[in-house]
Design a protein around this ligand. Sequence first.
Ligand code: DX5
Ligand code: ZN
Length: 221
Amino acid sequence: MVEVSTSILLINRDNSIKTLYNLEIAKTDYFHIDVMDGEFVNNNTIEIMQEYCSQIKQISNIPLDVHLMVKDIKTFINAYIPYEPNSITFHLEACKDKNEVIECIKYITQNNIKVGIAINPNTSVKEIYNYLPYVHSILIMTVEPGYGGQKLIPETIEKIKELKNYLNKKNIDIDIEVDGGINLENIKLLKEAGANILVAGTAILEAKNYKEVINKIKDIK
Ligand code: DX5
Ligand code: ZN
């Protein structure tokens, strides 16, 4: 079963509560929270994402899928624990060594939160093989992190297939999440490659009817 995680990066701040409420009604499976620190990526969404999480918590029980695009991972894990997210995903590229990766995994799971590792388009999936038994998901970036509204990089689809084959071979059952430039045209390829959590921002927010596009994303075969 495929799930949809709506990225709220590009919603309009002035009517955010209304948009979040409409996404709740449209039954997005998750709210995808893009936390950017102005360091790991240029953009800075530290304040706004906390504001949106507080708003979501007031109007919705839909789980939060937190995507940390930050250098100082532990500080931001601590900042998001109070919102009781379903999952926190951090970037492999933000870690200085293997120990930091393991520490972050442990710290997130100790707080009863699912853990994911994200990799940039230029990072090989082989680099996360050692961590697969300890995480709940791998997020494969299908654009360079930092901005919404980009075009999906086609070469990343091969990485999804490679990871899916490896997981099958090793009998490891975790989620493959994909993020960036996802739309109704490329959904089929992403699903066939093995992705089962699809992050979409622009494709959903630009549609007139959120529910209709979320259902389409799920139903396209
Ligand atoms: C990019 C973010 C994505 C992105 C998704 O750095 O991680 O979540 O905003 O938005 P679209 O669907 O517009 O690419
Ligand atoms: Zn994201």
